[in-house]
Design a binder for this molecule. Sequence first.
Ligand SMILES: *[C@@H]1O[C@H](CO)[C@@H](O)[C@H](O)[C@H]1NC(C)=O
Ligand SMILES: *[C@@H]1O[C@H](CO)[C@@H](O)[C@H](O)[C@H]1NC(C)=O
Ligand SMILES: *[C@@H]1O[C@H](CO)[C@@H](O)[C@H](O)[C@H]1NC(C)=O
Ligand SMILES: *[C@@H]1O[C@H](CO)[C@@H](O)[C@H](O)[C@H]1NC(C)=O
Length: 452
Amino acid sequence: FYVFFHLFYSFISVALTMHNLTYRFGDDWKKLLELPPKDNRMKTSDVTSTKGNEFEDYCLKRELLMGIFEMGWEKPSPIQEESIPIALSGRDILARAKNGTGKSGAYLIPLLERIDLKKDHIQAIVMVPTRELALQMSQISIQLSKHLGGVKVMATTGGTNLRDDILRLDEIVHVVVATPGRILDLIKKGVAKVDQTQMMVMDEADKLLSQDFVALIEDIISFLPKNRQILLYSATFPISVQKFMSKHLQKPYEINLMEELTLKGITQYYAYVTERQKVHCLNTLFSRLQINQSIIFCNSTQRVELLAKKITQLGYSCFYIHAKMMQEYRNRVFHDFRNGLCRNLVCTDLFTRGIDIQAVNVVINFDFPKNAETYLHRIGRSGRFGHLGLAINLITSDDRYNLKTIEDQLITDIKPIPSSIDKSLYVAEFHSVDPDEDGDEGGAKNKDLGAA
Ligand SMILES: *[C@@H]1O[C@H](CO)[C@@H](O)[C@H](O)[C@H]1NC(C)=O
Ligand SMILES: *[C@@H]1O[C@H](CO)[C@@H](O)[C@H](O)[C@H]1NC(C)=O
Ligand SMILES: *[C@@H]1O[C@H](CO)[C@@H](O)[C@H](O)[C@H]1NC(C)=O
Ligand SMILES: *[C@@H]1O[C@H](CO)[C@@H](O)[C@H](O)[C@H]1NC(C)=O
């Protein structure tokens, strides 16, 4: 009986252990994740035309996967699918990718995966052109590595106390996110030791390799070991980047996800008007469309100011910026607009490059541009992270010819505006949004914000 009991007991305990093992190796850990609310907005192929990979396909550490999922990243974006496996293999990468396509994850995930916690030295440097970007990237690294137990990330940039950085480097640091000047300073002082740093990432490399920085970057690289890995991400490929590539990268794996122009996801309409009908037409648009934020383009400083005044008189909130305003003031307006203090921004073309404000879902060409490049830069922006947007062009008889030319040059279709526009083309749908708020009252809500 005793033997029997003993066997039985062993059986139970083995079963229990097995159960625990199953628990540990199954998928149940996912239930413990603190996931952010789901982003259910429609996305375009900039972010969805993937091969269908899963983050779990890359044999990443469980703890890193937890960080990834808790960032709300569900599946790798195209740039991540291309970058992660190659970067994990140790090969150099030269990638052309624009903002908002998951670029940071594309390098931070393999970077963090490859950190060896048993080693105390700096193992990776992420080089960025601005202080803001450095802080943003170190923040993301910290969040991603939350469960990795002790990956030490440090941001170091100009404009902060050098002594603090020196003291910080007395302790363990695995990853440094830096602007070029400060890190070079620390390396030269012998405070930041990078002779065993096997990985360097350059984000916005076109800026890092501009006149201002390129000498610093070359200097920094001279302190790295010969067999280091370099990952280079850049939206454009000027000569400076090409030169750098042939000098410092070894048979880089090239990724180019930017062949396509950024009109995808943006529905384009035109409305035939006379010059005198433009404001009336704009008013109608405001009352009919569900605008979250809009940018309205005019062709001159004077017209920007006049239109901004009219829009305010009509009772809609509105900011304006143009080239004749002080840069500092322009930055403030832009900053406030980005923070949603106002729904509409009237501006000239100066505002067209490198802007991505997620909340902008409608762009209006109050004055139609003269060439295709300007057109593309004006309306290309509302597609950030592939989200949808609407572009509406007010066309006078003078613009007819340009309309046709631009359509042809961009191989795109600008349709006459229909009497009602399908909201799914440009209105973000969150599941968490109260259905009552989805009513047809864009205009009314627009007015509620008051005129600025
Ligand atoms: C199973 O795990 C729980 C906690 O997760 C532990 O208390 C228990 O002792 C474990 N059982 C066995 C048989 O290892
Ligand atoms: C701007 O547009 C207005 C109205 O279409 C036109 O009268 C004016 O000549 C244009 N100005 C420039 C600089 O293109
Ligand atoms: C709408 O705009 C506000 C700021 O004006 C922004 O906070 C919010 O995220 C935007 N919503 C969407 C769905 O883009
Ligand atoms: C990407 O974003 C940065 C700021 O985060 C900005 O300076 C840069 O111009 C943007 N680049 C493009 C191509 O939009």
